[in-house]
Design a protein around this ligand. Sequence first.
Ligand SMILES: [Zn+2]
Length: 572
Amino acid sequence: MKIRLADGGKTLWTLVLGTELSETERFAAEELISHFREMTGITLRTKADTSPCTPYEICIGHGRHATLAADIGDAEFGLEDFALSIHADRIVIVGNRCRGTLYGVYEFLEEDLGIRWYTPDFTHIPCRSRVEVEERSCVIRPALEYRETLCVHQGFGDPIWYVRNRLNRAMATPLFGGGVQWAGKQFCHTFHSFVSPEEYYDEHPEYFAWREDKGCRVTGRRAQLCLTNPDVLDIVIGKTKQWLRDNPGANIVSISQMDATKPEDILYCQCPSCKALDEQEGTQAGSILHFVNAVADAIRDEFPYASVDTIAYSYTTKPPKHVKVRDNVILRPCFNGDLLDEWYKVGKRLFIWDYVTNFRHYTLPFPNYDYIESHIRGLMKHKVRGIFIQSTYDTRGTDFNELKCWLYAKLLWNPEKEISNLIPEFMTAYFETAAPPLMQYLDLLRERIRMAGKPPACFVNLPVFYIDNDVLRTADELFDRAEKLACSEEILARVRRMRLSVRFVELMYMDPADPRRPEMVDAYFDDLAELGVDRISERNELVDAKEMVLNFTGLYELSEALPGAGYSPDQI
Ligand SMILES: [Zn+2]
């Protein structure tokens, strides 16, 4: 049954504010009012829960009016859970006061009113004089406890895009109901943040790893800690508590090994007691997990809401034979696959770290579209509880970065969403009249990936298997058409920014001796700057990258020559 909310600039509906609304629930009500106003020109009237109940009420948050919806019941709401009930004369959005009610409002705005937050600077609000919604009722509990995409949209100062798309780290401020937040902004590789060689090695070398081959305790940035030393445990417990006291919004402390993947850099402790523990567990993760459990036990009473985490990575990916972690320990495997099932037996809260761009060449097309759904759903089958997706993050992107970030956001919130519906929707909204040839371009790349039967990789050099000169020729024709079809300067700029990916491959594939090349490189870097792209590779400034591209003398050399290139995932 269709329910009419507005017609001809008028509405019968009133917004009822529940009792004892949290700051976040008040914000949720404001979000509903402002989006509805932009959609219809109508400012919804509000009234308190103490007022008489009447028909045509939209009830936000718990209260007497909300209980009139018979289908809400007494559901228990976890931090982000909510119920939405839409009936002929009553709409109720209630949930956990933390983020549940807020997410319920976003669900209503997005799924029932058709509003979309595609990018931080592009929101789609359909303007309608008549607004109708379908009758429905649901209780929603998000599939994942932790959802994050690290991309240019991070925007650090303006997390609202994240909040509205129900990603729950970047917006960890009280107004938005907090979120998943690491204490001290220490996300991983934190051992030295607790016990640094600079501070402790001279007086206490015994805090650091003993190495059999060296016959000594090691120092330096890759030295791991001696995790069976009781003083080390005391220091880490003390600082963990201090970080949590200093960061009242934080709910996770990372206690994780220093970064190292090359055999010569892997410096875990081989002292007799660490070695015995690791041998008993059959993995170097053993001593780490026993240590992390001890910290978890020590913080539980004072910080019942907090957890500690550690990573399963490099030399610690093999699961232990015996130890299980406490329920306030989060495990973050930096891989995926069958080992996840083994890790699930060690601890139930698995957060995955995932990479989805080419970090050596942000500008290189990375057509992983047909793997997004299956990948996220595959992780759900392994019962993971959190997913962190790291994409192009330190520059405005090319290569349909905004599209992909939005797709990840939609799938993280609801892994059952279909990208075959989402892609055309985004493309049509974002590129308007220029969308059809751009969708053909995406189809062309997706077809190449399908033919090869494997996804693009994150750390490969050019040339790539899914782009040859035929693809480039067709891509050029399609972008020519898209530029002609662009209906405004803004749309044209979006098309040109996406085209930078194709132009990058053309520059990389062309004969280095071609006399036109230096001028093309100049024009390319001018356009990057004009279109707001300030990286073509992770961390490297454009000015350095340009020098390398100009001096480029062979097809495979750029990525080796770029400053900082050649690093592996462990250095992310
Ligand atoms: Zn040791």
